[in-house]
Design a protein around this ligand. Sequence first.
Ligand code: SF4
Length: 400
Amino acid sequence: MSGRRREEVNAITPSIAELTAAERDRILAKTALFNPPPITTADGRRELVGLSREELAAEMAAMGEKPFRAKQLWHWIYHQGETDFARMTSIAGPMRAKLAERFVVSRPEAATVQTSRDETRKFLFRFRDGQQVETVYIPDPEEDRGAVCISTQVGCTLSCKFCHTGTQKLVRNLGAAEIVGQFMAARDSYGEWPSPKDDKPRLLSTIVVMGMGEPLYNYENTAQALKIIMDHEGIGLSRRRITLSTSGVVPMMDRCGEELGVNLAVSLHAVTDELRNEIVPLNRKYPIEELMAACRRYPGASNARRITFEYVMLRGVNDSEAEARELVRLLRGLPAKVNLIPFNPWPGSPYQTSTHEQTARFAAILNEAGYSSPIRRPRGRDILAACGQLKTESERATRA
Ligand code: SF4
């Protein structure tokens, strides 16, 4: 092609950046179709949890209050964990009454709480419109700390074949209040208020956005919730303690890294497009090569902050030694670690978990190539442990 012709073609062919931006707009427009209901109570009071600092300041300004009032409220809501205006003692009595007339500070209702023999605690939270999601606290068996796994959608569109939540259709996205609310309600359950400051030990020390739903298909609400959780004057959990897991919504990954800077986990589960198309159908849209390129671009990834690749071990499906070697090839040059997850069967699931020996062989190949690849210990086996199972059981009981 002549230089002139190439320039003409370049002028009319959209660049990758333009294509990504267009695709991102399309995803955000589609996301809006599943927006959560407004955050008001039946008697018309507005929920304050989930508002950004700016939105909270605007609410106070609308009441004729100065910005410091929003700062005070922020402290009570997110540092002290207070839900009752009457106990917000640094605010004068008449003002507390005025606030209580117009607003609420609430939590999702815990419809079910199950604590496993290994101390894993699973919550089924119910929101104002009756929709329910699961949240899990997984304590560290050796130290006083643990991870809270939170959900971002009611159901999921993605139908990953090994995932129980994938069998539930997407009902709606969660709002920021509902996402932050899961973490706050889990902390209520352990009495961990006020928020421990700086590097003081925390029982609920990390968040994994890995529960029901695909967070990058509910990006705006998830981002607003995580910004609230990271705010220094409130819960103050650093971005290094938050991991967002995606099945590979490539056009949103850059934005997530730039805006939030949280750790990234990728649900990989297969090393060829042929198999991944089947078990993670989103792969048909964003195949492995594009996904790995987005991982290489992910801002802030380094040897100190490696990208986690989740790999569920399915017997005879994705667990051969050849596949382990292919995984090593795919990861070459990436600051990565691999979490090997024994498959957690649920009634009607089409897979079995790999044998312990096969999982160990798979891990050894990754380890030899320099990739840390812990085999995740199954937790909470004596409660309904597969993600989404508690919700299904609760719905079944309600129908019965
Ligand atoms: S693994 Fe995640 S993205 Fe896939 S169906 Fe389950 S909840 Fe959805």
